[in-house]
Design a protein around this ligand. Structure first.
Ligand code: AMP
Length: 411
């Protein structure tokens, strides 16, 4: 793969697909600017080389043009972070945008309006791709969190740049770190999978069974497994149509010699509320009228012990309803165990909105080896799928490498 670290962008116009899909409050103030900050290394690389930067992104899920989803709130912050003026264009392909982008000089930065104001963006539209491609000489995709979509600005557009399509530094980093756990994991390798439902993580669990030594399953999804093993789960969250699937995973685990760890005790409540009565019971003996909302203390200790003895750790999904004070101990103990294993030299990768929110809540993000910016994109990558936004650029690079090789042979 050609890295942009080895490309000189001097005098080039570069269209960068970033992910500025940041959370805004009702006053349209940015609540978390992580995604903007994470795109800075790629932008600065192009600017420092003497290139011109044209940025494009989506924000939220607008239905056509909706002013509340405009990217305008990003402009002042981005200007401040880059230490230079940022030109904002309200029309994507109007004469104004072409005129403004056409006149841009090296070192200048422009931000285009929300791509999703145009239904063509999500449709993978060819004409839309061509119109966007006309704005620049070179294309960079740095939006990992959107790269699992077949959208125009991450997938369709790539072919209109010939060999001039690259991964940005953030995307390159994501791929390297995810590949490290998928293909170069040092044993013992432990995956910790949590969250509400089995159905959203099934692909990841199946793919990881070929790679891990230990599979820890917590959160709401554990109850489908516990029920599949004949346990009594009361009113806990269950996917009845996934019980057979859970059974077949348990069989696969045994065939592959993977150690499967399920909760043995649970913090249960008589309502889905922080105010509900709670007690700790065996995870397979939950009375009717009660639901398991967190892993219990014995399970926390057991899971932490497995994690501390692992060389490679992958974590996605909370162990309980960590949004409520009374049910966050499980997730917190996992966060601490992963952090302490990392301090002792293990490699840890954490991803998924809730797990990342949890480690941020405990100020532990810096203690992890890598925190992925992709939710759905990361899960699909871990399932072993080729993400459209990544495949499009990889294909281009492979074709280029092949042509260069055969040209060399001819010469
Ligand atoms: P996911 O998006 O699948 O990773 O699920 C995250 C959600 O799972 C969080 O909002 C948690 O509150 C929820 N969750 C975790 N454990 C449980 C549980 N035992 N019962 C119900 N919801 C849970």
């Amino acid at each position: 793969m050609v890295s942009i670290k080895d490309v000189n962008f001097k005098g080039k116009k570069v269209l960068i697909r970033v992910d500025f899909n940041v959370p805004l409050n009702h006053n349209r103030q940015i609540m978390d600017d992580t995604r903007i900050r994470e795109s800075l290394p790629t932008i600065m690389k192009v600017l420092n080389d003497g290139g011109t930067v044209i940025l494009m992104s989506h924000l939220g899920r607008p239905n056509g043009y909706e002013p509340d989803y405009s990217l305008t709130p990003i402009v002042p912050l981005l200007s401040k972070l880059l230490g230079r003026n940022v030109i904002f264009t309200r029309d994507l392909f109007g004469p104004k945008t072409y005129e403004v982008c056409g006149k841009m000089k090296p070192g200048e930065v422009a931000l285009l309006e929300n791509l999703r104001f145009y239904p063509e963006e999500e449709a993978g539209d060819e004409k839309f791709a061509q119109d966007l491609a006309k704005l620049a000489d070179i294309y960079i995709n740095d939006a990992f969190a959107t790269s699992h979509r077949k959208h125009t600005s991450v997938a369709t557009i790539v072919k209109y740049f010939g060999d001039n399509a690259y991964f940005g530094l953030l995307l390159e980093n994501e791929i390297q770190n995810l590949d490290k756990v998928l293909y170069e994991a040092e044993p013992p390798f432990t995956a910790i999978i949590g969250g509400a439902k089995v159905s959203t993580k099934i692909g990841v669990i199946k793919n990881l069974l070929n790679k891990v030594d230990n599979m820890i399953i917590g959160g709401g999804m554990a109850f489908t497994f516990i029920k599949a093993l004949g346990g009594k789960v009361g009113d806990s969250i269950i996917e009845d149509d996934k019980i057979d699937l859970a059974r077949s995973i348990i069989q696969e685990v045994m065939l592959k010699g993977v150690n499967l760890y399920l909760p043995t005790d649970a913090v249960i409540a008589n309502g889905f509320s922080n105010e509900a009565d709670t007690q700790t019971v065996s995870a397979d003996s939950i009375p009717d009228g009660w639901m398991g909302l967190d892993i219990g203390p014995k399970t926390r200790r057991r899971f932490a012990e497995i994690i501390t003895h692992s060389q490679t750790i992958l974590w996605n999904g909370p162990m309980g309803v960590f949004e409520m004070e009374n049910f966050r101990q499980g997730t917190k103990s996992i966060a601490i165990a992963v952090a302490s294993a990392t301090i002792s030299g293990s490699f840890s990768l954490v991803g998924g909105g809730d797990s990342v929110a949890a480690i941020n809540q405990y100020n532990l993000a810096d203690q992890m080896s890598y925190v992925s910016t992709g939710g759905g994109a990361m899960l699909e990558y871990l399932e072993g799928k080729e993400l459209p936004g990544i495949a499009a650029i990889r294909k281009k690079n492979t074709e280029t490498a092949k042509t260069t090789k055969s040209n060399k042979k001819k010469a």
